[in-house]
Write a protein that binds this ligand. Structure first.
Ligand code: GDP
Length: 430
């Protein structure tokens, strides 16, 4: 049985916590897209961890953690993360890195930086992890797959060929020093030695695991609104964030993904540039940011303060639809307990018309939020274990949002820990 855990919005919805929780029942956890540009924060009995590349299952010793072919693999970041986790007392996880995964090259990180500098005020707010240059090269067929590290002669030739093209840009577009081929080869050989113990044929491993009836969890990074095709282009990430891509990025048949758990946070937050219709500002935003998540809404990778906003039913309904949601995990509800009233964005006004359909970017940029205000519950709901035991106004908030988005909310998360979860019987769940 294959399940996917994905985000409906801009990322940071709490997917890490939900994956970590579901990983208890899983045999295999797979990262299938993205790279070290976003992070998950996970709190468990070993401590608090910010993961960027590692699948969230690494804390259980019964799981195998997989880096699928769709991932942008930053080898030194991966190993730093692995070492630091083991240093904090987590048993050495079982890891397989796809032999077809491609490598984030040191120059991808530089190009990301140089391009953001060149764009100046029009920059994307990239985390400068090299993700856009990486995926551009992958699809321009200028990338390096992990398996290529093991063929030194061919590797050397390919480096020469690629550096010739890269150095033209470095010299003439960015006015920066060229890549030194010998140094790059030495770095890649170091990378080879780091990954060698973990490299394997992931799709054949997963094929067998499916045959054997294993539980496989596909772990998405970011959310629908950052998807290259269906997100707020061009303020998107450079890989698909959709559950459907899980099939491609892990190498499994699409029809094997039976359950798609889409994570929605009880309010909105976003990092980077781009339209954000229900965004709030000033003291109202600062307070939500301070109280948000577990210790404030600041980027797990960059520490940047996140942009804050009210729950957006238009974006979330769209986000859930594109994911192919079978159930929704509704997270961080506990944080809203301080508010007297909670605005919820139920429509967008675009050119004098109200719509509940998520528009294309030029229209999105003109959209104004239409709010419905819900009464707050003014209570701490952490520790509550059943949906029935939640305050009436809190239940009404969840019920209202479920009606608006049209997908069943089957889990409500009321704290950052693994056990802070309420299972809910949804009228929409068939
Ligand atoms: P991800 O990238 O989707 O995994 O999200 P992040 O890890 O960046 O952000 C979620 C943040 O919220 C983390 O700090 C989590 O520990 C925290 N978190 C997750 N679920 C809950 C919850 O239900 N309540 C609270 N207070 N924090 C939560």
């Amino acid at each position: 049985m294959v399940k996917a855990v994905v985000g409906a919005n801009w990322g940071d919805e709490g997917k890490g916590k939900i994956t970590d929780m579901l990983a208890k029942e899983a045999d295999i956890i797979v990262r299938f897209q993205g790279g070290a540009n976003a992070g998950h924060t996970i709190v468990n009995s070993y401590g608090k961890f910010a993961l960027h590349t590692m699948p969230s299952g690494i804390f259980y010793n019964h799981t195998t953690s997989i880096i699928g072919n769709g991932v942008a693999l930053n080898i030194p970041v991966f190993f730093k993360e692995l070492q630091s986790i083991v240093k904090q007392g987590v048993p050495m996880p079982k890891i397989i890195i796809s032999d077809r995964a491609q490598i984030v090259m040191p120059y991808h990180i530089l190009f990301d930086q140089y391009e953001e500098e060149r764009l100046g005020k029009n920059s994307f707010g990239s985390t400068k992890s090299g993700i856009a240059p990486f995926y551009s090269d992958k699809y321009a067929k200028m990338g390096f797959q992990v398996n290529e590290l093991f063929h030194t002669k061919k590797l050397r030739e390919k480096i020469s060929q690629i550096c010739a093209a890269k150095n033209v840009l470095l010299e003439h577009l960015y006015h920066k020093p060229p890549i030194n081929e010998e140094e790059l080869l030495a770095t890649l050989l170091e990378y080879r030695d780091m990954v060698a113990p973990y490299v394997g044929d992931v799709s054949s491993f997963l094929h067998q695991a499916i045959q054997d009836g294993k539980n496989i969890l596909l772990e998405g990074q970011l959310g629908t609104l950052k998807d290259t095709d269906h997100g707020i282009y061009p303020m998107v990430t450079s890989s698909s964030t959709l559950a459907a891509y899980g099939a491609v990025g892990a190498g499994i048949p699409p029809y094997e993904i039976k359950d798609i758990i889409t994570v929605c946070k009880a309010y909105s937050s976003a990092v980077g540039a781009g339209a954000f219709v229900s965004e709030i500002f000033g003291e109202e935003a600062d307070e939500l940011r301070r109280r948000g998540g577990d210790g404030g809404e600041y980027g797990a990778t960059t520490g940047r303060p996140r942009r804050m906003g009210w729950f957006d039913c238009v974006a979330s309904k769209y986000g859930c639809r594109l994911q192919g949601t079978t159930e929704v995990a509704f997270t961080v509800l506990d944080v809203l307990g301080y508010l007297d009233e909670i605005p919820v964005c139920v429509g967008y006004e675009v050119g004098g018309q109200v719509t509940t359909e998520f528009p294309v970017t030029p229209l999105l940029e003109k959209a104004k939020p239409v709010y419905k205000t819900m009464p707050g519950w003014k209570q701490d709901i952490r520790g509550v274990q059943t949906f029935e035991a939640l305050p009436e106004n809190c239940k009404a908030y969840v019920n209202f949002i479920e009606e608006q988005i049209g997908y069943p909310i089957t889990m409500v998360s009321n704290g950052p820990g693994r056990d802070d979860i309420i299972f809910r019987k949804s009228p929409l769940k068939k």
